[in-house]
Ligand binder design. Sequence first.
Ligand code: KG4
Ligand code: ZN
Length: 334
Amino acid sequence: MHILGIDTSCDDTSIAVLKYCTESRKFHIKSNIISSQIKVHSEYGGVVPEIASREHLKNIRRVMDMALKTAEIVEDDLDLVAVTAGPGLLGSLIVGYSFAKGFAVAKGLPLVTVDHIKAHTAANMLAPYEINYPAVALTISGGHSSLSIINEPTKAEFIGGTIDDAVGELFDKISRHLKLPYPGGPVLDKLSREGAPKIKFPRPLINENNYNFSFSGLKTAVINFMKKNPDCGIPDLANSMTEAICDVLLKKTGAAVNANKAKTIMISGGVACNSMIREAFKKYGEKNRINILIPPPVLCTDNGVMIGILGALNYVEKGAAGINNSDVYPTTRW
Ligand code: KG4
Ligand code: ZN
């Protein structure tokens, strides 16, 4: 079965073609095209929603043509269309959804709408071996930081998330404060490699007996430190801040693993590209003998592959009638 996966939830126009074998339950990525809008938004220091929608509108057909061409298939070879319906920026979502629905109706194809956050986790379903459940899923992106329990591939039970800023937001806001380019995560990641954890920043909510995160207090602590110590080096600052983030993420994820006797940890979302976070979780996995799944960086940030995976799994499980998406519309919250 060939699936077209479309994501336009934020500032990337992403379309992928996947092949799914229902017998072996294996996915094969045939193309993964991402048209980034970073250049357009960088002069504003962050994503401008109206500009993002217009860019999606301008690019989406071209991205789709490239996805089909790279996959060496034609429109008529497709069997299913999967699209993000939320959460995200409303205008951006509407462009992807309308395009997907129009295409699916014109071609008589089933359309499945997908939750963007659950789809991030689904990028881990490309693992080349059987995944052991239950799994704890940690999704860390520009807009979300959440923990869920996964008992089977299509079912996620949310157990906690950020009560204020998301982790990616913390990276982006600190970077903007330092007048570094947007998005801040990759820049601070690179700089942190040259620094050391010399500054002791707070670890918000680390000792609270729940699965919630709070990164706004850490952001304030980092900004206050910079004001009092204007000559502190950015590498040490970035390294110390990321170490505080790692400690909080590991503690909460570890608690969820223990409470649910989880056999696997699945990490996803743009912030899962972070080299210190990847290393910290790999070390945790080795020490605690638990399987750690983190997609390659290109599948951590927004992409159409993850949408295609979750869409296909939902479709195979529920069938055309079960997906019943005719009354699902784009939504900023899922
Ligand atoms: O998942 P994503 O592409 O979009 C959302 O769904 O939000 O995540 C984007 C976020 C941005 O905040 C960006 O700064 C962050 O992921 N990010 C990183 C790294 N690469 C991207 N954060 C830390 N370290 C990185 N290497
Ligand atoms: Zn995302």
